[in-house]
Design a protein around this ligand. Structure first.
Ligand code: WTA
Length: 651
């Protein structure tokens, strides 16, 4: 692409250096200022949102064991829905706030800020009519339709705490999450549509509520498909019927900065899910600020984040960040491969998307379909690409950059977590030279450190456990009604620091590459390696579309390596290919890491947000297929059956 390219480095393209709001020098100055004096830095940037009563204090946080407490802008008051809607009405009332693209390409809606305002006030009054008040929790179990955003913003407007669940969540999980969040109202749809299939949302709610007869008083049902569904008298109401009975106007509730905004269950790729609590002021400041800087958002951009709205990525980068910035955000109901593998690219051309943000899992699966599906579209509107959710391996990065981005769009590989509220480690497009496979450097105000097992801080080039040494405004405040577990889970392993659970490498330029969850590190004869590094090397092979690697016990070596490999379309599994992959890894990573078992798979077990569920794969590798533990977030059970049938370690 660039003549002067250092090996493996993509310098900031000239056009970007000229137009981006932040160049390298400015980034550095802002970063240094943010670390040197967080009170001053965030005191200034906190003003980007509207405060009803301005704050006089900024940062009041402690990571001290036994006394962990995180408060930002504490004496300020504000309202998130006001910030995302009302504040824009004079200047942008007629601008499109939400573009909705349905599962069927014929279903499209464009909702202006003024329409959003009217919808959200109606929704807020409907929730109030069902007894919801400030501080109450509401469970949202909705497909990717505009109503999901209306309902979230309506909760924010009246101070209710939303707990959004994936529309693919099965009834048992739904029941336990409703109970954990103590919601008296559940909002759902008759059915959902995804990839041409129907999701039986109302049926699932009924099954879940059979287990919770006393908790939930009201179920509000949005008509998505119009299919007839059972309606329990006194409990179940169609949204449209309730909406007819309530007023149009609903002024926003004055909320304290530290009042909870939402609860979100983590993706649970390792242990039992946790109910993460985010609050009002700091979260919104951080979501909005990261959205602007990381995507270099400018007026007129069309922002499309493909995540589910019920994921933190959806909360922060479909709804709250973009709308707080007065952006146009796209909500997509479908899947990347329906009606064809060019769907994402069709949507980009159709709606002139400029900022496109997706997950490596989607990129890899589309890469497996070949380039032709991309090339039938122009993709000329694209300016920037983003990736989130897992490490993106260099091969997929290069493909994304070259084929989707036409070599001209920077890629922001953004690292964050449900717990962090917004992006913590990322390139800034006008400021950072890009390295495929690396998430770059910390965002303003973020102090990452690498520590060893003993907690000693590692300097310079290093590989260790990633901790964050000080608070930032978007940080989670607690686990819902369980502050003790919060301290235990995140602040006990390295006292005084927030432990992310991830491992990372830092290179000579200070760039971080996430090497996977620390629990997933494999230790072969005393040599440690992150699963992400092995997987990235496997995916670099031309025949491989996706890979997951786990360790399993070995008498002498401690652990041995078991790889699950999905091939690209048109490749067939063979012993020859298996041997080739083993030597490929020996060459790429070293002979210590010789893969012992390679199982060819049709797919990998994943959460609804596309993360590989490794604890299932570990059990299959150990031939303990009856001991899976928590599978509540598994989205594709059929894949697991296939893996079990073809497992390689049978006793
Ligand atoms: C992983 C998702 C590498 C990481 C926003 C983290 C990543 C977990 C990246 C959080 C990335 C997320 N590179 N790994 N760019 N982004 N992860 O809570 O292991 O669903 O701890 O939030 O995803 O997942 P969660």
């Amino acid at each position: 692409m660039n003549g002067n390219k250092k090996a493996g480095v993509y310098p900031v393209p000239k056009a970007w250096a000229e137009r981006a709001s932040t160049d390298a020098q400015r980034r550095e100055a802002m970063y240094v200022a943010s670390i040197a004096n967080p009170d001053q830095f965030w005191g200034e940037h906190g003003k980007r949102i509207h405060w009803i009563k301005p704050y006089s204090t900024v940062k009041d946080t402690s990571f001290e064991p036994g006394k962990v407490s995180i408060r930002w802008f504490e004496d300020g008051t504000t309202n998130v829905s006001y910030n995302c809607i009302d504040r824009h009405l004079t200047e942008r009332g007629d601008q499109v706030a939400i573009i909705w693209e349905g599962d069927d390409p014929k279903d499209v809606a464009r909702i202006t800020y003024r329409e959003l305002y009217a919808q959200v006030m109606k929704w807020a009054n409907v929730l109030r009519s069902q007894g919801i008040r400030k501080g109450d929790s509401v469970t949202l179990y909705l497909p990717m339709i505009p109503e999901a955003a209306y309902a979230m913003l309506a909760c924010a407007r009246i101070g209710a705490i939303h707990s959004a669940l994936s529309s693919q969540c099965p009834p048992e999980v739904l029941a336990s999450r409703i109970a954990d969040a103590a919601s008296t109202v559940v909002v759902t749809a008759d059915q959902g549509l995804r990839g041409g299939r129907k999701l039986e949302l109302k049926v699932n709610v009924d099954a879940a509520l059979d287990k919770l007869p006393k908790v939930v008083k009201t179920v509000i049902v949005v008509k998505r498909t119009g299919a007839p569904v059972g309606m329990l008298k006194g409990r179940d109401h169609y949204y449209d019927d309730l909406a007819e009975t309530v007023p149009d106007q609903c002024p926003p509730e004055e909320m304290k900065a530290e009042d909870p905004l939402f609860v979100l269950f983590t993706s649970g790729s390792t242990s039992k899910p946790k109910a993460v609590v985010h609050t009002t002021g700091g979260y919104l400041v951080y979501a909005a600020m990261t959205h602007q800087y990381v995507f270099d958002y400018h007026d007129g951009d069309i922002h499309w984040c493909t995540a589910e709205i019920s994921w933190i990525t959806g909360h922060s980068y479909i709804v709250y960040g973009p709308l707080a910035n007065g952006a146009t955000t796209l909500i997509f109901e479908g899947i990347p491969t329906y009606p064809s593998a060019s769907r994402y690219w069709d949507v980009i051309d159709k709606h002139k998307v400029s900022l496109f943000y997706t997950a490596p899992t989607a990129i890899r699966s589309l890469m497996g379909r070949g380039e032709d599906a991309v090339k039938s579209n122009s993709l000329a509107s694209l300016r920037l690409l983003g990736s989130v959710g897992e490490p993106i391996d260099p091969k997929s990065w290069e493909w994304y950059h070259r084929v989707v981005g036409g070599g001209r769009c920077p890629i922001v590989d953004t690292w964050f977590q449900t717990e962090t509220g917004g992006i913590l480690i990322t390139p800034l497009p006008g400021a950072t030279d890009l390295k495929p496979g690396s998430a770059g450097s910390p965002f303003f105000g973020v102090k990452p450190e690498l520590v060893d097992e003993a907690g000693d801080v590692l300097d310079g080039v290093a590989h260790g456990n990633l901790v964050i040494a000080d608070s930032w405004p978007g940080q989670m405040r607690t686990l819902y009604r369980d502050h003790e577990r919060f301290e235990q889970e995140y602040f006990s392993r390295y006292p005084g620091k927030y432990f992310t659970g991830d491992g990372a490498r830092r290179d000579a330029d200070g760039y971080y590459s996430i090497t996977g969850r620390v629990d997933d590190v494999i230790n072969v004869s005393g040599h440690r390696i992150g699963t992400a590094e092995l997987e990235s090397a496997l995916v670099a092979h031309a025949s491989v579309s996706e890979a997951a690697v786990v360790g399993y016990p070995h008498e002498i070596k401690g652990q041995d390596i078991y790889a699950y490999v999905v091939l690209i379309d048109g490749e067939t599994a063979s012993d020859e290919l298996r041997n080739e992959l083993v030597s490929w890894i020996r060459r790429a990573i070293g002979p210590i890491f010789t893969i012992d078992k390679v199982q060819f798979a049709v797919g990998l077990p994943k959460t609804n947000s596309g993360k590989i569920i490794r604890h299932i794969l570990r059990k299959i590798a150990e031939d303990k297929c009856t001991e899976f533990g928590d599978t509540s977030t598994l989205s594709n059970p059929a894949v697991v059956d296939h893996l079990i049938d073809n497992r390689l370690n049978r006793k």
